[in-house]
Design a protein around this ligand. Structure first.
Ligand SMILES: Nc1ncnc2c1ncn2[C@@H]1O[C@H](COP(=O)(O)OP(=O)(O)O)[C@@H](O)[C@H]1O
Ligand SMILES: [Mg+2]
Length: 273
Protein backbone atom coordinates (compact mmCIF):
# COMPACT_ATOMS: atom_id res chain seq x y z
CA UNK A 1 0.00 0.00 0.00
CA UNK A 2 1.39 3.35 -1.06
CA UNK A 3 1.99 6.19 1.35
CA UNK A 4 2.89 8.65 -1.35
CA UNK A 5 0.67 10.84 -3.46
CA UNK A 6 0.27 13.95 -1.26
CA UNK A 7 -0.96 16.88 -3.35
CA UNK A 8 -0.38 20.34 -2.02
CA UNK A 9 -2.13 23.15 -3.86
CA UNK A 10 -0.96 26.56 -2.71
CA UNK A 11 -2.87 29.65 -3.83
CA UNK A 12 -3.37 28.27 -7.33
CA UNK A 13 -4.50 30.98 -9.72
CA UNK A 14 -5.30 30.60 -13.39
CA UNK A 15 -6.23 33.28 -15.88
CA UNK A 16 -7.23 32.37 -19.41
CA UNK A 17 -6.66 35.14 -21.86
CA UNK A 18 -7.94 34.15 -25.27
CA UNK A 19 -7.81 37.21 -27.53
CA UNK A 20 -7.64 39.55 -24.57
CA UNK A 21 -10.93 38.25 -23.08
CA UNK A 22 -9.58 37.69 -19.59
CA UNK A 23 -11.20 34.86 -17.62
CA UNK A 24 -10.14 34.29 -14.02
CA UNK A 25 -10.88 30.59 -13.51
CA UNK A 26 -8.97 29.85 -10.28
CA UNK A 27 -8.32 32.40 -7.59
CA UNK A 28 -5.94 31.63 -4.73
CA UNK A 29 -7.24 28.10 -4.47
CA UNK A 30 -5.54 25.99 -1.80
CA UNK A 31 -5.97 22.34 -0.83
CA UNK A 32 -3.91 19.84 1.12
CA UNK A 33 -4.77 16.38 -0.13
CA UNK A 34 -3.25 13.57 1.90
CA UNK A 35 -1.69 10.43 0.38
CA UNK A 36 -4.38 7.92 -0.46
CA UNK A 37 -7.18 10.41 0.21
CA UNK A 38 -10.30 10.09 -1.90
CA UNK A 39 -10.99 13.75 -2.56
CA UNK A 40 -14.16 14.77 -4.34
CA UNK A 41 -14.59 18.25 -5.75
CA UNK A 42 -18.09 19.65 -6.14
CA UNK A 43 -18.97 23.06 -7.53
CA UNK A 44 -21.18 24.96 -9.95
CA UNK A 45 -20.74 24.42 -13.66
CA UNK A 46 -17.99 26.59 -15.11
CA UNK A 47 -16.46 27.44 -11.72
CA UNK A 48 -12.99 26.12 -12.54
CA UNK A 49 -12.93 22.46 -11.46
CA UNK A 50 -11.56 21.08 -14.72
CA UNK A 51 -9.05 23.92 -14.80
CA UNK A 52 -7.70 22.74 -11.45
CA UNK A 53 -7.63 19.09 -12.50
CA UNK A 54 -5.78 19.99 -15.69
CA UNK A 55 -3.19 21.90 -13.69
CA UNK A 56 -2.59 18.88 -11.42
CA UNK A 57 -2.43 16.62 -14.48
CA UNK A 58 0.19 18.91 -15.98
CA UNK A 59 -1.85 19.87 -19.04
CA UNK A 60 -1.39 23.58 -18.46
CA UNK A 61 0.64 25.93 -16.26
CA UNK A 62 -0.74 28.10 -13.48
CA UNK A 63 -0.77 31.88 -13.66
CA UNK A 64 0.09 32.06 -9.96
CA UNK A 65 0.64 29.79 -6.97
CA UNK A 66 2.09 26.30 -6.90
CA UNK A 67 1.13 22.66 -6.96
CA UNK A 68 3.37 20.05 -5.32
CA UNK A 69 3.22 16.27 -5.44
CA UNK A 70 5.06 14.68 -2.52
CA UNK A 71 6.99 17.88 -2.03
CA UNK A 72 8.11 18.11 -5.68
CA UNK A 73 7.01 21.20 -7.57
CA UNK A 74 4.60 20.13 -10.33
CA UNK A 75 3.43 23.47 -11.56
CA UNK A 76 3.85 27.19 -10.96
CA UNK A 77 3.96 30.32 -13.05
CA UNK A 78 7.64 29.78 -13.84
CA UNK A 79 7.55 26.03 -14.21
CA UNK A 80 5.55 24.84 -17.22
CA UNK A 81 3.48 21.88 -16.14
CA UNK A 82 4.25 18.46 -17.51
CA UNK A 83 2.10 15.33 -17.53
CA UNK A 84 3.70 12.36 -15.78
CA UNK A 85 3.02 8.64 -15.38
CA UNK A 86 2.50 9.27 -11.64
CA UNK A 87 -0.79 11.07 -12.47
CA UNK A 88 -3.40 9.53 -14.75
CA UNK A 89 -6.61 11.15 -15.96
CA UNK A 90 -9.93 9.45 -16.69
CA UNK A 91 -11.98 11.87 -18.77
CA UNK A 92 -15.70 12.48 -18.97
CA UNK A 93 -15.84 11.21 -22.51
CA UNK A 94 -13.64 8.19 -22.45
CA UNK A 95 -11.48 7.00 -25.26
CA UNK A 96 -10.96 3.27 -25.43
CA UNK A 97 -9.51 2.15 -28.77
CA UNK A 98 -12.49 0.62 -30.59
CA UNK A 99 -10.26 -1.69 -32.63
CA UNK A 100 -8.74 -3.36 -29.56
CA UNK A 101 -10.45 -5.77 -27.16
CA UNK A 102 -11.06 -4.60 -23.58
CA UNK A 103 -8.09 -6.70 -22.47
CA UNK A 104 -5.83 -5.27 -25.21
CA UNK A 105 -6.94 -1.75 -24.31
CA UNK A 106 -5.85 -2.30 -20.73
CA UNK A 107 -2.47 -3.85 -21.55
CA UNK A 108 -1.78 -1.27 -24.30
CA UNK A 109 -0.08 1.37 -22.14
CA UNK A 110 2.37 -0.77 -20.17
CA UNK A 111 3.26 -2.76 -23.32
CA UNK A 112 3.80 0.37 -25.43
CA UNK A 113 6.00 1.83 -22.71
CA UNK A 114 7.71 -1.53 -22.14
CA UNK A 115 6.91 -1.35 -18.44
CA UNK A 116 5.59 -4.90 -18.25
CA UNK A 117 6.26 -7.97 -20.37
CA UNK A 118 3.21 -9.38 -22.20
CA UNK A 119 2.58 -12.19 -19.69
CA UNK A 120 2.80 -9.86 -16.68
CA UNK A 121 0.64 -7.23 -18.39
CA UNK A 122 -2.03 -9.81 -19.19
CA UNK A 123 -2.01 -11.23 -15.67
CA UNK A 124 -2.30 -7.77 -14.11
CA UNK A 125 -5.03 -6.73 -16.56
CA UNK A 126 -7.07 -9.86 -15.85
CA UNK A 127 -6.75 -9.24 -12.13
CA UNK A 128 -7.99 -5.66 -12.57
CA UNK A 129 -10.83 -6.79 -14.80
CA UNK A 130 -11.85 -9.25 -12.12
CA UNK A 131 -11.79 -6.50 -9.45
CA UNK A 132 -13.87 -4.22 -11.70
CA UNK A 133 -16.41 -6.96 -12.42
CA UNK A 134 -15.38 -7.17 -16.06
CA UNK A 135 -13.77 -10.63 -16.30
CA UNK A 136 -16.52 -11.81 -18.65
CA UNK A 137 -15.90 -9.14 -21.29
CA UNK A 138 -12.09 -9.26 -21.55
CA UNK A 139 -12.22 -10.43 -25.16
CA UNK A 140 -15.08 -8.19 -26.27
CA UNK A 141 -14.58 -4.94 -28.17
CA UNK A 142 -15.66 -1.65 -26.55
CA UNK A 143 -18.57 -1.31 -28.99
CA UNK A 144 -19.98 -4.63 -27.81
CA UNK A 145 -20.32 -3.73 -24.12
CA UNK A 146 -22.43 -1.27 -22.12
CA UNK A 147 -21.34 2.30 -21.40
CA UNK A 148 -21.03 1.51 -17.67
CA UNK A 149 -18.65 -1.33 -18.49
CA UNK A 150 -16.61 0.91 -20.76
CA UNK A 151 -16.23 3.46 -17.97
CA UNK A 152 -15.04 0.76 -15.59
CA UNK A 153 -12.65 -0.55 -18.25
CA UNK A 154 -11.17 2.94 -18.53
CA UNK A 155 -10.51 2.99 -14.81
CA UNK A 156 -8.83 -0.41 -15.09
CA UNK A 157 -6.76 0.97 -17.97
CA UNK A 158 -5.63 3.83 -15.74
CA UNK A 159 -4.95 1.64 -12.72
CA UNK A 160 -2.68 -0.84 -14.55
CA UNK A 161 -0.05 1.90 -14.52
CA UNK A 162 -0.22 2.04 -10.69
CA UNK A 163 -0.46 5.83 -10.65
CA UNK A 164 0.13 7.70 -7.41
CA UNK A 165 -2.75 9.96 -8.35
CA UNK A 166 -5.94 9.12 -10.20
CA UNK A 167 -7.72 12.16 -11.65
CA UNK A 168 -11.34 11.69 -12.69
CA UNK A 169 -13.36 14.45 -14.36
CA UNK A 170 -17.06 13.59 -14.00
CA UNK A 171 -16.37 10.04 -15.16
CA UNK A 172 -19.89 8.70 -14.57
CA UNK A 173 -21.83 11.74 -15.67
CA UNK A 174 -23.56 10.03 -18.58
CA UNK A 175 -24.53 6.88 -16.69
CA UNK A 176 -28.04 6.17 -15.40
CA UNK A 177 -28.49 5.99 -11.62
CA UNK A 178 -28.40 2.22 -11.35
CA UNK A 179 -25.35 1.76 -13.58
CA UNK A 180 -23.64 4.53 -11.62
CA UNK A 181 -24.19 2.66 -8.34
CA UNK A 182 -22.50 -0.39 -9.80
CA UNK A 183 -19.61 1.73 -11.08
CA UNK A 184 -19.17 3.23 -7.58
CA UNK A 185 -18.98 -0.20 -6.01
CA UNK A 186 -16.23 -1.33 -8.38
CA UNK A 187 -14.30 1.93 -8.22
CA UNK A 188 -14.22 1.66 -4.42
CA UNK A 189 -13.16 -1.97 -4.70
CA UNK A 190 -10.09 -1.01 -6.73
CA UNK A 191 -9.45 2.04 -4.52
CA UNK A 192 -9.57 -0.03 -1.32
CA UNK A 193 -7.03 -2.46 -2.75
CA UNK A 194 -4.34 0.00 -3.77
CA UNK A 195 -5.30 3.36 -2.20
CA UNK A 196 -4.09 5.82 -4.83
CA UNK A 197 -4.78 9.48 -4.11
CA UNK A 198 -8.00 10.25 -5.96
CA UNK A 199 -9.14 13.64 -7.27
CA UNK A 200 -12.71 13.17 -8.47
CA UNK A 201 -14.97 15.88 -9.91
CA UNK A 202 -18.74 15.53 -9.85
CA UNK A 203 -22.04 17.40 -9.68
CA UNK A 204 -23.75 14.55 -7.90
CA UNK A 205 -23.82 15.02 -4.12
CA UNK A 206 -24.74 11.41 -3.35
CA UNK A 207 -21.87 10.24 -5.50
CA UNK A 208 -19.56 12.70 -3.72
CA UNK A 209 -20.42 11.61 -0.19
CA UNK A 210 -20.62 7.91 -0.95
CA UNK A 211 -17.11 7.86 -2.45
CA UNK A 212 -15.17 10.55 -0.61
CA UNK A 213 -12.86 10.80 2.34
CA UNK A 214 -13.18 14.56 1.91
CA UNK A 215 -15.57 16.68 -0.14
CA UNK A 216 -14.29 20.06 -1.33
CA UNK A 217 -17.12 22.42 -2.17
CA UNK A 218 -16.00 25.15 -4.53
CA UNK A 219 -17.29 28.69 -4.93
CA UNK A 220 -18.70 30.01 -8.18
CA UNK A 221 -16.01 31.21 -10.60
CA UNK A 222 -13.29 32.03 -9.85
CA UNK A 223 -13.00 28.76 -7.98
CA UNK A 224 -11.65 28.62 -4.51
CA UNK A 225 -12.51 26.22 -1.70
CA UNK A 226 -15.68 27.25 0.10
CA UNK A 227 -16.02 24.32 2.48
CA UNK A 228 -14.19 21.07 3.21
CA UNK A 229 -16.28 18.26 4.62
CA UNK A 230 -14.63 15.27 6.28
CA UNK A 231 -16.58 12.18 5.36
CA UNK A 232 -15.87 9.95 8.32
CA UNK A 233 -18.02 7.09 7.13
CA UNK A 234 -16.50 3.62 7.51
CA UNK A 235 -14.93 1.71 4.62
CA UNK A 236 -15.56 -0.55 2.81
CA UNK A 237 -18.64 1.46 1.94
CA UNK A 238 -21.91 -0.24 1.36
CA UNK A 239 -25.04 1.14 -0.31
CA UNK A 240 -26.98 0.67 2.95
CA UNK A 241 -24.95 3.62 4.22
CA UNK A 242 -27.24 5.91 2.25
CA UNK A 243 -30.02 5.27 4.76
CA UNK A 244 -27.91 6.13 7.81
CA UNK A 245 -28.38 9.27 9.86
CA UNK A 246 -24.71 10.26 9.52
CA UNK A 247 -25.00 10.11 5.76
CA UNK A 248 -28.18 12.20 5.72
CA UNK A 249 -26.59 14.81 7.97
CA UNK A 250 -23.52 15.13 5.71
CA UNK A 251 -25.69 15.29 2.64
CA UNK A 252 -27.79 18.09 4.07
CA UNK A 253 -24.66 20.12 4.95
CA UNK A 254 -23.28 19.60 1.48
CA UNK A 255 -26.57 20.46 -0.21
CA UNK A 256 -26.91 23.71 1.70
CA UNK A 257 -23.39 24.87 0.77
CA UNK A 258 -23.84 23.96 -2.90
CA UNK A 259 -27.26 25.60 -2.99
CA UNK A 260 -25.88 28.90 -1.72
CA UNK A 261 -23.19 28.89 -4.43
CA UNK A 262 -25.62 27.85 -7.15
CA UNK A 263 -27.90 30.75 -6.22
CA UNK A 264 -24.94 33.15 -6.41
CA UNK A 265 -24.01 31.79 -9.84
CA UNK A 266 -27.62 32.20 -10.97
CA UNK A 267 -27.95 35.80 -9.87
CA UNK A 268 -24.52 36.67 -11.34
CA UNK A 269 -25.70 35.20 -14.64
CA UNK A 270 -28.87 37.28 -14.48
CA UNK A 271 -26.91 40.46 -13.91
CA UNK A 272 -24.69 39.75 -16.91
CA UNK A 273 -27.69 39.29 -19.16
N1 LIG B 1 -9.04 27.11 -22.66
C1 LIG B 1 -9.84 28.04 -22.17
N2 LIG B 1 -9.80 29.31 -22.63
C2 LIG B 1 -10.60 30.27 -22.13
N3 LIG B 1 -11.48 30.07 -21.13
C3 LIG B 1 -11.56 28.83 -20.61
C4 LIG B 1 -10.75 27.75 -21.11
N4 LIG B 1 -11.06 26.64 -20.40
C5 LIG B 1 -12.01 27.01 -19.52
N5 LIG B 1 -12.31 28.31 -19.65
C6 LIG B 1 -13.28 29.08 -18.82
O1 LIG B 1 -12.86 28.98 -17.47
C7 LIG B 1 -13.95 28.82 -16.59
C8 LIG B 1 -13.79 27.53 -15.80
O2 LIG B 1 -13.89 26.41 -16.68
P1 LIG B 1 -13.78 24.92 -16.19
O3 LIG B 1 -12.56 24.75 -15.38
O4 LIG B 1 -13.93 24.05 -17.39
O5 LIG B 1 -15.08 24.79 -15.25
P2 LIG B 1 -15.81 23.51 -14.62
O6 LIG B 1 -15.00 22.31 -14.92
O7 LIG B 1 -15.93 23.81 -13.16
O8 LIG B 1 -17.17 23.45 -15.25
C9 LIG B 1 -15.20 28.85 -17.49
O9 LIG B 1 -15.70 30.15 -17.47
C10 LIG B 1 -14.67 28.48 -18.85
O10 LIG B 1 -15.46 29.05 -19.86
MG1 LIG C 1 -15.49 20.58 -16.00
Amino acid sequence: MTLSGAISIKSATKVYDPDGARVLALDNCSMEIGPGEFSVVVGPSGCGKTTLLNAIAGFHALTGGEIFLDGQLLSSQEKPARPGADRIVVFQNGALFPWLTILENITFGPLAQKKLDPAAAKARALELLETMGLAGIALDYPGQVSSGMRRRAEIARAMINSPKVLLLDEPFRALDALTKTVAHQFLLEVYDRTRPTVFFITHDLDEAIFLASKVYIMTTRPATVKLVLDINLPRPRDFRLLASRDYQRLREKCREAVRTEALKAFSAGEREM
